[in-house]
Design a binder for this molecule. Sequence first.
Ligand code: FAD
Length: 308
Amino acid sequence: MTDSPSILTGRPGAVPFSFEVYPPRTPDAAAALHESVQHLADAGPRFISVTFGAGGSTGGRSLELLRYIRESTDVEPLAHLTCVGHTTARAEALVREFLDAGVDRFLALRGDPPAGLGEDDVFLGDLARAADLVRLIRRVRAERGVIEVPGAPDIAVAAFPNGHPRSRNARHDIDALLEKQAAGATLAITQVVFRADDHLAFVERARRAGVHIPIVPGIMPVTSPARLRRVLELTGEREPTDLALDLELAPDAHARREAGIAHAARLARELLAGGASGIHLYAFNVHDTVLAVLREAGIPTHEKETAR
Ligand code: FAD
């Protein structure tokens, strides 16, 4: 079964895509990011999501950026929110704070303990799993009278085609996704995917097990060997050997960038040909690389459509 594009985009026939950015660390970085966000918004994404530091380490900066997207573009912002380290009361207060700012779409995550700390070293919070946060968000949204639009991607969750590092086996990840769907999630976004078959096989298993919400693959154009190493370290994903080789052999930064874009664009085409109804692009706060991926993958953007 493929995902239904109509659920994800208001534009019939268009391939829905979305972007992910993270809160800037300095005022200079904020100014540059605002400019990038304008370019990303002009492309007509379904939403732009903003990451959230586990334990609330970037909470204020996430909200500032979400507010900027809400007030300065036509695009819906989607707020990542983690539950690790929060009491129920704190999590409720955070959700209300986002709703007060006009942000009512969320990516509900468990989050991880801060770097260097294990699960036994920290207060993990009252909400043990992302599904608990999905339920909490639904409840607080209902209390606030947020109108539910059937099928709208209003509460997203994470999915792991190659298994979460804590997962005992492949079935474990499908069960977690089923639990999040039962809690009220309406969209799943995956961990970064490097091979189309990994994603498509996962979606097939998930559908057979009863997952019916759209599962959108996360694509990251990786443009340097160092970044690839870091991403693999953080996610535990298997090395994409062809990309690793192309990045190593590329003679300069320009050639590495071209290689990263070409790989991501090919992956997007394969995923869409295999039935994926859309893609989520990790933008690393820079617009031109992800926009080049869309161009090279032949995915029409708003800019092109209006220019025609
Ligand atoms: P959960 O779904 O609660 O659990 C993760 C895994 O644990 C499951 O996949 C499963 O293997 C196991 N598990 C849990 N419950 C069950 C169950 N009932 N049955 C079976 N197995 C179970 N982190 C941040 O700190 N900030 C961010 O902004 C952020 N954004 C992200 C965006 C995306 C698209 C993705 C994929 C991840 C993101 N993360 C972020 C990382 C995420 O917080 C970590 O991967 C975390 O370890 C797991 O979060 P989760 O919401 O998937 O947790």
